[in-house]
Ligand binder design. Structure first.
Ligand SMILES: [Zn+2]
Length: 482
């Protein structure tokens, strides 16, 4: 069997052939660390974590890069509103995201570069684009990508320039019309320093002081860690345009082949609408984790194929919990009957063919889970037989198969990561603590601004998730109800 994956660029499922046999380079766009994550933010990380685990299980060495966007308009604005340094704001939410990834069993990426640590690489890339006639500077500090100079612009998302809405005008244009860009579709590689922004949020370049435009950082960091060409570029569906279109244009116009395949995970929706903080239906990871154990949340995310919209209904977590309890119940009873199976054996066990075929079919996780449930059923049937060599062998075979398949999905109940998490211990507590702390901080900021509606909404949301908040002289404390 060959792994077949959907490619957003060709819009087809095709055989996956790594550039170098046995090695795979993946770049996934990470978070802009400006606010606590909702569960929709975490879906791409979980989806590419499953891809990475499957590639590794199939004998590949995977290098996975996931960046941190630690400077952008929102980070600067929110930090200013909260009266803290932009980098302190970013560092805080980076930790919150890390706690959320960890809580959901997402393996740490091989490298997790921050945008602000790669300014020299970005300058080099801009230099190359300017030399090749694909970028230009206007005024002091602005550098634009010249879309008219690159006929392939729009190829990733199959859009013609004529049909696209113009890029929003930058404030700098309004202030100095002479510095205006050549074409309304030209996008910012570098943004001029603004007088009302902190001096620490700007770097010197040959074109003046400024800070990175969002798209540039990913082109620079992908090349730094994966080379001029790499296997897979991934992210959430909403990043296809303009972010990924612009990344590809920058890198290819600079003369680098860039990503050979594009993969995008679909949204999490509520009543069919994309989960989003701005739409007011963003379920924070902190709230979700307070309502259900972490592996149950991961199970709910993994049970839908990554390219399908995942509708987060009121009973989503209850259903996942029922199924998860059935799986862990079997694993526990089978282990009591035949003894513990070492993790090593689970990691090397041969996987049922139907499971491997489902995973090779563009990571068809629901079909793969159906195979897990067939083996669960057979295992339970064997468990119901009186103890004896034959029945015990069947129980053990079922146990190994179920755990091995779940392990590929990052859901082996006896993975030490969950073994601690399910007993309500430290790892979950630490993650939950960090996530609730972010909520309480937002509430404190709302109270300081006398925004009682927001402050009450946060308290009510936490209460609905079983987190009780008490205000005291040293600030708010929280406990879990029950
Ligand atoms: Zn990116």
């Amino acid at each position: 069997m060959t792994l077949r994956l959907y490619d957003t660029a060709t819009r087809e499922v095709s055989d996956f052939v790594p550039r170098t046999p046995g090695q795979v380079g993946i770049y996934v766009c990470g978070a802009t660390v400006q606010a606590p994550p909702h569960v929709g933010h975490l879906r791409p990380s979980v989806a590419f974590d499953v891809l990475r685990r499957w590639l590794e299980r199939s004998g590949h060495r995977v290098t996975l890069v996931r960046n941190v966007t630690d400077i952008d308009d929102k980070i600067i604005a929110k930090a200013a509103a909260a009266g803290v340094e932009w980098w302190a704001h970013a560092a805080h939410y980076e930790r919150v995201f890390t706690a959320a990834y960890d809580a959901l069993g997402v393996l740490p990426p091989t490298y997790e570069p921050r945008a602000t640590q790669h300014v020299p690489q970005m300058i080099e890339l801009m230099q190359r684009l300017v030399e090749r006639g694909h970028a230009y500077s206007t005024g002091v500090g602005n550098v634009w990508f010249d879309v008219r100079s690159w006929p392939a612009y729009g190829e990733l998302t199959r859009q013609r320039l004529e049909d696209l809405a113009p890029e929003p005008a930058d404030d700098a244009d309004a202030a100095d019309p002479a510095a205006a860009k050549r074409d309304p579709h030209d996008f910012a590689l570098w943004k001029a320093a603004k007088p009302d922004e902190p001096a620490t949020a700007a770097w010197d370049t040959p074109w003046g002081r400024g800070r990175p435009g969002w798209h540039l950082e990913c082109s620079a960091m992908a090349q730094r860690y994966l080379g001029d060409e790499f296997d897979i570029h991934g992210g959430g569906l909403d990043l296809r345009f303009p972010h990924h279109e612009n990344e590809q244009a920058q890198s290819r116009a600079a003369g680098y082949p860039f990503a050979r395949r594009w993969m995008h995970s679909a949204w999490i929706t509520q009543s069919g609408v994309k989960m989003s903080k701005s739409l007011g239906n963003g379920l924070l990871v902190a709230d979700v984790l307070a309502a259900a154990p972490a592996p149950v949340v991961r199970y709910a995310v993994v049970s839908v194929q990554y390219r399908s919209m995942l509708e987060w209904a009121p009973d989503t977590l209850d259903d996942a919990r029922t199924t998860w309890d059935r799986l862990t119940g079997f694993v526990q009873r089978a282990t009591e009957r035949v003894g513990a199976v070492p993790r090593d054996e689970v990691a090397k066990a041969e996987l049922p063919e139907a499971f491997a075929a489902a995973m090779d079919d563009d990571l068809n996780t629901p079909a793969a889970l159906a195979v897990v449930h067939e083996h669960l059923k057979a295992g339970n049937t064997a468990l119901a037989q009186p103890a004896g060599a034959e029945a015990d062998a069947a129980v053990r075979a079922g146990l190994v198969a179920v755990r091995a398949m779940l392990d590929v999905l990052g859901l082996d109940p006896q993975d030490p990561h969950w073994a601690t998490a399910t007993s309500g211990d430290d790892a979950t507590r630490v993650a939950l603590d960090a996530l609730v702390a972010a909520e309480l901080e937002a509430r404190a900021a709302a109270r300081a601004a006398k925004d009682w509606a927001t402050s009450d909404a946060i308290r009510d949301r936490l209460a609905a998730a079983g987190v009780v908040v008490q205000d005291g002289p040293d600030g708010a404390r929280w406990t879990l109800a029950d």
